[in-house]
Ligand binder design. Sequence first.
Ligand code: GDP
Length: 183
Amino acid sequence: MADDSFDEECDYLFKAVLIGDSAVGKSNLLSRFARDEFRLDSKPTIGVEFAYRNIKVGDKLIKAQIWDTAGQERFRAITSSYYRGALGAMLVYDITRRATFDNLKKWLEELRHFGDSDMVIVLVGNKFDLKEKREVSEEEGRKLAEKEEVCFIETSAMENFNVEEAFLQMIAQIHKITSQKNL
Ligand code: GDP
């Protein structure tokens, strides 16, 4: 389903953003998805980063442009430009840190304030490899997702578990909504 060549003509370009508290694993989810890499150290740079990946959905080639806050969330410096044009958002928390789950309410408010009303949101509980230390049950994640009417998945960027699935779920859903709009 995935295609990493960058030179082919794409049918669509989708922008999506990664949001959530610091150190929940956003950068590593993105580098796993875009380059199949994982880093033990946190990134040193401050600023917005993005990465591309080409994905085949049905017979269409989609270029997904995924934006990462690259540390800016600490300073609450994310502005409307970060969300502008985004068709999807991956809202990430760390299953071993309850505070990152409790803060989702704040992130959802921000998303709904700055983002488009029909933006596809995927709630991602990351660090599944540390499930023995979990502070947030899968059930709680799922219930919140149902309440907020968003998708839900648990992942491990470290072990490359469900990362591809999380991004593909979001991209396929964006494609579905966009195609319906263009009918
Ligand atoms: P960000 O600030 O949300 O972008 O988080 P990072 O991607 O920089 O990750 C923060 C820290 O968590 C780093 O030390 C990563 O190595 C670690 N980390 C990220 N994802 C995982 C994961 O799935 N499992 C484990 N055990 N550690 C992770």
